[in-house]
Design a protein around this ligand. Structure first.
Ligand SMILES: CC(C)(COP(=O)(O)OP(=O)(O)OC[C@H]1O[C@@H](n2cnc3c(N)ncnc32)[C@H](O)[C@@H]1OP(=O)(O)O)[C@@H](O)C(=O)NCCC(=O)NCCS
Length: 255
């Protein structure tokens, strides 16, 4: 039997209609999983993804993934690629299978640009292409202590691979700086990836007014836990430059 993956062509995508009812979705997914296990004795079901790929619905390719790291009770049913079990190919939501592409789509035309409060999703042409999360000043660090962030912190940022190097990481960083334009200091969570350093370097080159405000921070962001990012970029480039100046001529002599 062939199961079509819901495409959302005539109806809304899950992101447009999901209600905040994790228990309800979990119960529905469990019931469906049990049904599949029973049906597996008599029939094989094949799922057709919107990519054209076909995957057999076997219980060995199904797994329950936790939705939030710190809330293990909230799980969703996903279908993984049988050849690469770390890759999720579809998600079971609202009694249908949805490809990953469709889970990230919206039919709501008002979703465009950066939306949401502490996690901002970047929508572009009806699809989620990136997000960033913020730790608000005064919010709990969540490390089991009562420590609170001492400044707003740009915590995680992600741009989908196919949308990278189109200025979206920079757009989110700029949005963060604009959102907290009244704050004297803004944090970027430590450790900062090499790619994000490139983004920061470019950004600070073009926005010198932000050089004194952006700090690489460890929670909760006390002065001893901050390193000025522009200074770090500058010193790193100076060190590289000094290395070239110092070793360059000697190497030439040895040649
Ligand atoms: C880091 C990340 C968010 C950057 O997003 P992006 O949309 O590609 O960034 P931008 O297009 O705004 O890049 C801005 C500048 O940085 C440069 N840059 C970005 N990523 C780079 C990379 N991997 N290598 C070299 N330069 C890079 C770009 O070339 C661009 O410079 P340009 O304007 O002169 O071309 C994205 O690569 C990502 O999601 N990475 C995986 C997650 C991650 O590392 N998150 C950061 C955790 S601290």
């Amino acid at each position: 039997m062939e199961v079509e993956v819901a495409r959302g062509a005539t109806e809304a995508y899950p992101v447009d209609t999901l209600e905040d009812d994790p228990e309800g979705y979990w119960a529905a997914a469990l019931a469906y999983y049990e049904l599949l296990r029973e049906r597996a004795q008599t029939a094989t079901e094949i799922i057709s993804l919107s990519t054209g790929e076909q995957v057999t619905l076997e219980t060995s390719s199904l797994c329950f993934c936790t939705m939030y790291r710190d809330e293990p009770q909230h799980k969703i049913l996903v279908l993984v690629n049988p050849q690469d079990t770390k890759t999720v190919v579809a998600v079971y939501l609202k009694e249908s299978w949805w490809s990953i592409e469709d889970v990230l789509r919206t039919s709501d035309p008002t979703r465009e640009g950066l939306v949401k409060e502490q996690v901002k999703i970047l929508w572009r042409d009806g699809a989620a292409v990136g997000f960033y999360s913020i730790k608000m000043k005064g919010s709990l660090c969540g490390d089991g202590t009562s420590a609170c962030y001492l400044l707003p912190v740009f915590d995680t940022v992600f741009v989908r691979r196919k949308n990278r190097c189109q200025g979206l990481g920079t757009a989110m960083l700029r949005d963060f700086c604009d959102t907290f334009h009244g704050d004297e200091a803004l944090g970027i969570s430590c450790p900062i990836s090499a790619a994000m350093y490139k983004v920061l370097r470019q950004f600070l080159l073009t926005c010198p007014g932000e050089r004194g405000r952006l700090w690489e921070v460890e929670a909760p962001g006390a002065w001893g836990q901050r390193v000025n990012i522009w200074l770090k970029v500058y010193l790193q480039e100076r060190r590289l430059q000094d290395g070239v100046d110092r070793w360059g001529p000697e190497r030439t002599q040895n040649d």
